[in-house]
Design a protein around this ligand. Structure first.
Ligand code: SF4
Length: 225
């Protein structure tokens, strides 16, 4: 007979998060998904923009993604199905989680990151919080998300310090942390930034840098609708 599980083991928050992460019904509020992009990190990536950010960096390039009300509710299962379908069509290297602020929806972000790892894909996470701030948060889901993150780009966007060297990074104060040995600096990080524009019916989807162009095109799209 199995030994009885101790109550304190069952109640540990990390264990609760582990069991919640296997739930297929976690719902995320999603601003945008691009199934395959080369403008949001190294290689071809599946990119997920979370809706809502508690920070307000002046000059944020995604102002439409800041309110928590908005976007589209999607289950983690639906998002991973889209990821699987993209993997069939493209040679994906990984996924990118950005927003908005992915760590504001940590359970969903952690479950998606874990799903990516299970599929052999790397995870790049953009957060307006620093690594230290995230580690200090008493939220096991955030710790689980970091445990399934290969690359973290951290810190708020500072429009007074535009990044001029590192590709995909908004401002020079933001740091790149390689949290696993699967990823490291390579020449792709120092190539020119790219902007991608897709037209789907009446919808225009813009992603990548330069941020100013992204803002202008989004504003134009909003005025057009
Ligand atoms: S953290 Fe990112 S999404 Fe949030 S306000 Fe700053 S730049 Fe915008």
């Amino acid at each position: 007979m199995d030994p009885p599980k101790e109550l304190h083991q069952l109640e540990r928050p990390e264990r609760r998060v582990e069991s919640l992460l296997t739930s297929t019904e976690i719902v995320a509020q999603i601003a945008q998904i691009v199934p395959c992009t080369e403008a949001e990190g190294p290689g071809r990536r599946f990119a997920v923009w979370f809706q809502g950010c508690p920070l307000r960096c002046p000059g944020c390039c995604n102002p439409d993604f800041l309110p928590f009300a908005g976007g589209k509710p999607m289950t983690v299962t639906e998002i991973l199905e889209l990821l699987d379908s993209s993997r069939l069509q493209h040679q994906l290297e990984g996924i990118t989680l950005l927003g908005g602020e992915p760590t504001a929806q940590p359970l969903a972000a952690a479950a998606i990151a874990r799903g990516a790892w299970e599929r052999g894909l790397t995870v790049l996470l953009f957060s307006g919080f620093t690594l230290e701030q995230l580690r200090e948060k008493q939220d096991p889901a955030i710790h689980n998300l970091l445990a399934h993150t290969d690359i973290l780009v951290d810190g708020p966007y500072d429009r007074d310090q535009p990044e001029t060297q590192r590709r995909w990074i908004g401002s020079a104060n933001q740091r790149v942390h390689f949290l696993t040995s699967r990823c490291a600096w390579d020449e792709r990080w120092f190539q020119k930034n790219t902007l991608e524009i897709r037209v789907r019916g009446r919808e225009i989807i813009v992603n990548g840098y330069p941020a100013a162009s992204t803002r202008i095109i989004r504003r134009w799209q909003k005025n057009r609708n």
